[in-house]
Design a protein around this ligand. Structure first.
Ligand SMILES: [Fe+2]
Length: 690
């Protein structure tokens, strides 16, 4: 999208996103302000967001000292000493927005480094932040950015951030990152209090926040009011590594589920089997997000205000044909913040971000009607028959409009409660129309979809288990599917998007995601064998910054005597188990069993089932860290930087040792051609992930 902003447009744009405006077109001159850094008065640091070629948003938080609200001035300079200041403007803070401020600075030059700081009337100031503008839309230079997700400050350490910062500051200026794309779970709204639970898996539970109005579910606490949501945001933003990284890179942020609710969709929450109507909580979550993430998001407030709609927590019973709850408070709560958007970086990158939770329909696999099927696969962990996911996902559209009357696994059957309903949507009708239009209209070399939830199918070939290993054979018709709830199990809508890419001859289509707490690299394809495998693009999923993943959970929870344990965990004396599940997902049951028996990777890979995962080049269910994308006219390169399990903060300047660094590169293909990924291990050993 065109982003050229003149002064008049700057004001209306700033108002629409709830920021004040500053014009950066002034002739550079030395700062006239007295400034003494007082981090204690700016306890959550500074940040910048959504850079474009001529503008960027700046952020800080300044709670009142001695009960007196501060009046802030923001300065933007071309140098760190503020001798070449190009913008000076007031930056309002008020209790209405939790003492935060956003300033949209326009009139900047493309591809430039800028420095900024906030100062009050007494000359006390924030730390100095650094930001970068995007390359101009016709600039052919390579675009580089990191993508990340899932930082858990309650039971994890932010060593990945320290590593990213270290590497960027060591790099020559022309090899540094242009921005960081955070794909959500920036906070986890569910927190443990140390007195309720001392440890979670390998980690010690740390105090992160207290909820004045929180509700306890099992041993977890969750927020119910704006003050609660603010408390958890501020708890996270106290982290020194997170503050350093926010002060160094501009961020492009998109929330995932945990910014609102673990199992939330629209404004509805679920805790165990209980459904909780959460319209007021959705508004509170949106406001807290708006207050702490500088972003070009449309909301109903004006300058530095968030006008929270008046809603009540009432049942949402009527849904339209796309599954959108029609209760006015549900619509108003969702509508209080629209965060899907696209940002352009030079000639080569269009970053299109979608919201996977505000408009989505309920995961049908999560419905009580589906529970009677659970017993049929109880002996087969983590996966259910793929055909069941497909039937429940597609609803009335299954099999060309001929859904079965019942859903069956072996002897167990339920009525097909989805047979008259529309397919599951993650995006909702309005967002999807916008997304497809934006994708088609983009002239960038690489159309990169920031989807927050992983799109690469996670399945296994339980049908190939050797006879006798389990009491009864696998009851599915074929493959097992492990991706219910994210794009993996959202067959119909995912296929619709990929068909659109193919039919509209869109080349350079690539997806970046988080949420799975694991690293994945591969191809975007509507279907896998025995159906035709026809990839239309690339897809990458980053490991979490710090949140624990499935591998760690299984290390702690998988029964020792379970006959299928060797598929998931290769036990070792005096060491943590190896993660055979990577091999299970990438190569199949025969490879995983062979590896656990012989510990011979070559022998295990020789038994690979080629039909299981032709879409995958890499899977690490135990990986943490971040990913870096480099996009040029010729190729897209994605580097996984995997750190050791972030149990405790590592005080080393580089954040501690790496597990591995792996690069996947694809040359740009023409529409209709198949993309092809090349894999290089640069450092360390990704073990069973290949
Ligand atoms: Fe997460």
């Amino acid at each position: 999208m065109s982003t050229a902003i003149d002064r008049r447009r700057l004001l209306s744009l700033a108002a629409a996103i709830g920021a004040s405006a500053a014009w950066g077109g002034a002739r550079a001159a030395p700062s006239k302000l007295k400034w003494t850094e007082r981090p204690d008065l700016f306890p959550h640091g500074v940040a910048s967001g959504d850079p474009q070629s001529d503008s960027v948003i700046l952020w800080t938080r300044r709670p009142p000292a001695d009960g007196k609200p501060a009046r802030l001035t923001v300065e933007v300079a071309e140098d760190q000493a503020f001798q070449r200041v190009v913008a000076t403007a007031p930056a309002a803070v008020s209790a209405d927005v939790g003492w935060t401020t956003r300033v949209l600075v326009g009139g900047l030059k493309p591809s430039r480094e800028y420095w900024y700081r906030f100062t009050d009337d007494d000359g006390t100031g924030s730390r100095i932040g650094r930001t970068l503008t995007a390359p101009a839309p016709d600039d052919p230079r390579e675009v580089r950015f990191a993508f990340v997700s899932c930082q858990d400050a309650n039971a994890g350490a932010m060593n990945a951030w320290r590593r990213m910062l270290f590497e960027d500051q060591q790099a020559p200026a022309d090899r540094r990152l242009d921005f960081v794309c955070h794909l959500g779970d920036f906070i986890y709204e569910i927190i443990w209090y140390p007195e309720d639970r001392a440890r979670r898996y390998d980690r010690q539970v740390r105090e992160v926040a207290r909820y004045a109005n929180g509700v306890k579910f099992q041993d977890m606490h969750y927020p119910t009011t704006l003050d609660d949501y603010r408390a958890v945001w501020l708890g996270y933003l106290k982290d020194p590594d997170l503050q350093d990284v926010r002060a160094w890179f501009p961020f492009v942020n998109m929330g995932d589920n945990h910014e609102f609710s673990w199992r939330g969709y629209q404004s509805i929450q679920k805790f165990g089997a209980e459904v909780v109507w959460g319209q007021t909580r959705r508004v509170a979550a949106n406001q807290a997000w708006f207050e702490h993430q500088p972003a070009r998001v449309i909301h109903k407030g004006a300058l530095n205000r968030f006008d929270a709609p008046k809603v009540a927590n009432v049942a949402v019973t009527a849904f339209d044909d796309q599954g959108l709850g029609q209760e006015p408070g549900n619509l108003a709560a969702i509508g209080s913040l629209t965060s899907y958007r696209a940002l352009r970086f030079g000639r080569h990158v269009e970053l299109i971000l979608t919201d996977q939770h505000a408009y989505r329909t309920e995961d049908p696999g999560d419905r009580p009607e589906a529970r009677p099927l659970d017993a049929a696969t109880a002996d087969f962990p983590e996966f259910q028959p793929q055909e069941v996911t497909e039937i429940l996902d597609a609803g009335r559209a299954y099999a060309g409009g001929k859904p079965p009357a019942e859903v069956r696994i072996g002897d167990a059957a339920i009525p097909n409660f989805r047979k008259d309903q529309a397919p599951v949507t993650m995006l909702g009708a309005t967002q999807k129309a916008w997304f497809l239009k934006t994708l088609k209209a983009s002239s960038a070399t690489w159309k990169i979809w920031g989807a927050t939830n992983g799109t690469l199918e996670m399945r296994c070939d339980y049908q190939n288990l050797p006879a006798g290993l389990t009491k009864k054979p696998w009851p599915g018709a074929g493959y097992g599917d492990g991706g219910g709830g994210d794009w993996s199990g959202c067959y119909a809508e995912r296929g619709e998007i990929y068909d659109f890419v193919r039919d509209n001859k869109i080349a350079g289509f690539s997806i970046i995601s988080g949420d799975r707490h694991s690293f994945w690299a591969g191809y975007s394809a509507k279907a896998l064998p025995p159906k035709a495998f026809e990839p239309v693009g690339l897809a990458f999923i980053t490991g979490s910054i710090s949140a624990s993943g499935m591998a760690e959970a299984l290390e702690h929870g998988f029964p020792k005597a379970h006959p299928l344990r060797p598929l998931f965990l290769a036990d070792r004396a005096n060491a943590k188990p190896e993660h055979a599940m990577n091999m299970l997902i990438r190569h199949g049951v025969r490879s995983a069993l062979e590896y656990t028996a012989s510990r011979d990777v070559s022998k295990a890979r020789a038994l690979s089932n080629p039909d299981l995962a032709p879409h995958l080049k890499f899977v690490d269910m135990a990986g943490h860290g971040y990913a870096v994308v480099r996009a040029s006219a010729e190729a897209l390169e994605t580097e996984f930087v995997a750190i050791e399990r972030p149990i405790e903060r590592n005080p080393a300047p580089d954040g501690g040792p790496l597990e591995y660094r792996v690069v996947h590169t694809a040359k740009l293909w023409k529409a209709g051609e198949r993309p092809k990924l090349e894999q290089r291990v640069i450092e360390g050993d990704p073990k069973l992930s290949i």
